[in-house]
Design a protein around this ligand. Structure first.
Ligand code: SF4
Length: 363
């Protein structure tokens, strides 16, 4: 609970009315808002983590078309599921979703459990997803607190705790629990999310248009730009990588499947390796290809393209080269595939960019 007495100052009933009335009148028409099906709402909430609404809309439509029910996702090949997620990033989200959905199919007769403890015990379902799905699909008065909602509430109640600390979330969950509109938790939670997305935005909150301005402590004190408090993460580690598009004389190219666990698990990629400082990328890559795949490659000296990809904890700076091989050798998880087939495999975004570049050169 906020240490100040902001919650006591607020007229909670009026706050709920102002917020929910605004939401009912102004809410954006999003495909998952037309749904009551807990499975579809669950999919949308997982997609929306770390990803913008505009990006999610076409993915959501395609995903639901391909996997319209719990059973269809539970029974799908992981390869097809990863392909449908390709480009959204944070692939552990969809792997966990599929594991959780399998559990729902096996243990709950294919119905998403409406019990909080049961739902939160599923893989990848944290307090935010749990609160969002249970309130939106089942109308339960559970808080759904993510970074967006923490920002809004930190301003309305002038909470000065650091939202980068995991322990701070509890403060906000308690506060949202107190403010909760129990007659319609679905609209209340979505209204807070909508307010954060459209009005109470991170750098320039549109306070003059805000439906709860009268209730907002930060606005009253003129400190809305100073909240929330969020300490900066340490800068991310940089990794210099070399990658190669390796073509055989029949124009097939070498791709390999990443390991089953860890970053971007089970996605496909072009051969790549970390380049130690001071190495000649071309000779280093030729040696790597020979040692790793048993293939003698001739790599062009000119770089094809440089690609930077930023993960939350790591940045890849990839120098991409083109090379040719006389003899193919398919080892372990590596295989040569035709240009037409490359696109049927699920690649991480950085390697999709590599392929897009190569295709562009051929046109
Ligand atoms: Fe956010 Fe301003 Fe509204 Fe307060 S008045 S909730 S700071 S937009």
């Amino acid at each position: 609970m906020p240490e100040n007495n902001a919650l006591e100052k607020i007229n909670i009933t009026k706050f709920q009315q102002d917020l929910v009335a605004w939401y009912q009148a102004e809410k954006r028409d999003l495909p998952w808002r037309r749904e009551q099906d807990p499975y579809k709402i669950w999919v949308s909430e997982i997609m929306l983590q770390q990803t913008r609404v505009e990006t999610v809309i076409p993915y959501f439509r395609r995903f639901i078309e391909q996997f319209p029910t719990i059973d269809s996702l539970a029974e799908a090949d992981e390869e097809a599921v990863l392909k449908a997620w390709e480009g959204l990033g944070y692939y552990s989200r969809v792997r966990n979703l599929q594991s959780a959905v399998k559990e729902v199919a096996e243990n709950y007769g294919g119905t998403v459990p409406a019990d909080k403890t049961q739902f939160l015990s599923l893989k990848g379902v944290g307090p935010y997803t749990g609160g969002a799905v249970l309130s939106i699909a089942y109308g339960l008065p559970e808080p759904a607190v993510d970074g967006n909602v923490m920002r809004v509430i930190s301003r309305i109640l002038t909470v000065w705790d650091d939202i980068a600390k995991p322990s701070t979330r509890k403060i906000f969950e308690k506060a949202v629990g107190k403010l909760m509109y129990k007659k319609d938790p679905s609209s209340f939670n979505q209204a807070l999310m909508e307010l954060g997305a459209t009005i109470c935005t991170p750098t320039s909150p549109a306070c003059l248009l805000c439906p709860v301005q009268n209730h907002c402590q930060a606005f009253e004190e003129g400190v809305q730009q100073e909240l929330p408090i969020k300490t900066k993460k340490k800068s991310t580690k940089k990794l210099r990588m070399g990658a190669v598009v390796l073509q055989a004389s029949d124009k097939t190219v070498l791709i390999e499947k990443r390991p089953e666990a860890g970053l971007l698990a089970n996605l496909w990629q072009f051969p790549n390796v970390e380049l130690p400082d001071g190495t000649n990328p071309r000779t280093f890559l030729e040696t790597f290809i020979e040692n790793e795949y048993g293939i003698k490659a001739a790599i062009n000296p000119e770089k094809l393209i440089e690609i930077t990809h930023v993960f939350s904890h790591l940045t890849w700076e990839i120098d991409v080269y083109f090379g040719t091989v006389k003899e193919k050798n398919e080892k372990d998880r590596a295989r040569f595939v035709s240009a037409a087939d490359v696109e049927t495999y699920a690649f991480p975004v950085s390697h999709q960019k590599i392929w897009k570049h190569v295709k562009g050169m051929e046109q």
